[in-house]
Design a protein around this ligand. Structure first.
Ligand SMILES: CC(C)(COP(=O)(O)OP(=O)(O)OC[C@H]1O[C@@H](n2cnc3c(N)ncnc32)[C@H](O)[C@@H]1OP(=O)(O)O)[C@@H](O)C(=O)NCCC(=O)NCCS
Length: 263
């Protein structure tokens, strides 16, 4: 029996990025992006990746029926309509879904992933009536974790050992969950944001370790930097937050949403 016809896949936009259904003429850009070593490291795309892989992937998502089984969008960045990434929402049929995404190397570092995840998850909670969205990443994918946390995912500092397959082996994983109210909560927190001098990514990492009560030596080992560099970061954090001690920096950081207690 033919499947009931499904509506045309939706186009979503926040004014900066637009998510549209993928098209056959995206194949060249997908092929180019999938040569990127980071994409190969953190996803399960075929390696080597050929244009035929992109064509096959696109063909499997060509009809509205296929699309609605696992919604997937091409990410585009205004004013261009060029394919610059993908995001997929994979429903489990029981009120949950998993997300997966990538941003092309030429579009990275401008908040595109953060906007993309926020837009797709907001849509999915409403349109698919989800009660939870789950995020998995191979352990160590800091940039992806940062984007997901920024959107509102709760990602505990826990490693699931050998949890995910990756080209014939198993790798450690991180997991996060997002409930319907979490995006709005994260946005409210960001709006009540810290108005002092911005902490660098490294300083935020160090502040996170201070929140865990780690010593300079332990922080140096975790972040792969010298103890002296840790000391410099701590000094700079104290100055920026106008804190007199590490403990006070943590309290201020927690109050301003710059760090969170380990779960
Ligand atoms: C992970 C990925 C999607 C991020 O895309 P992006 O558009 O560059 O991400 P954003 O610009 O939204 O940045 C997300 C966060 O990481 C930070 N970030 C971005 N690039 C960074 C870098 N090179 N080093 C450190 N932090 C970085 C951003 O500042 C931001 O954090 P903030 O909100 O606290 O400032 C992209 O790098 C990618 O496609 N990687 C390969 C595939 C992959 O890992 N997919 C996800 C699998 S779970």
């Amino acid at each position: 029996m033919p499947s009931a016809s499904r509506p045309t896949p939706p186009v979503l936009s926040d004014g900066v990025i637009t998510l549209r259904p993928p098209r056959p003429d995206d194949a060249d850009d997908i092929t180019a992006a999938c040569q990127d070593p980071q994409t190969q490291l953190w996803t399960t795309i075929p390696v080597p990746y050929r244009r035929a892989d992109a064509e096959e992937w696109l063909a499997a998502r060509a009809t509205p029926e296929q699309w609605w089984q696992a919604p997937v969008w091409a990410v585009t960045v205004a004013p261009s309509d060029r394919w610059s990434g993908n995001i997929a929402v994979r429903p489990d049929g029981a009120g949950g879904a998993e997300i997966g995404y990538m941003v092309a190397p030429w579009a990275r570092g401008h908040g595109v992933a953060t906007r993309t995840i926020r837009l797709a998850c907001t849509w999915a909670f409403g349109a698919l009536d989800l009660s939870v969205v789950t995020w998995y990443a191979y352990a160590g994918n800091e940039v992806s974790r940062r984007a997901a946390r920024r959107v509102g995912f709760r990602i505990p500092d826990v490693v699931l050992r050998r949890h995910l397959p990756h080209r014939g082996e198993r790798r450690d994983a991180w997991v996060g969950d997002l409930l319907p109210g979490d995006i709005a909560t994260a946005q409210r927190r960001a709006e009540a944001h810290y108005l002092g001098p911005a902490l660098t990514h490294r300083e935020l990492d160090v502040l996170g370790q201070l929140t865990r009560g780690e010593s300079n030596k332990a922080i140096a080992a975790v972040l792969g930097i010298s103890e002296n560099t840790v000391k410099n970061h701590v000094r700079s954090i104290l100055e920026k937050l106008q804190a007199k001690s590490r403990a006070e920096a943590v309290v201020i950081g927690l109050g301003q949403g710059l760090t969170s207690l380990p779960t």
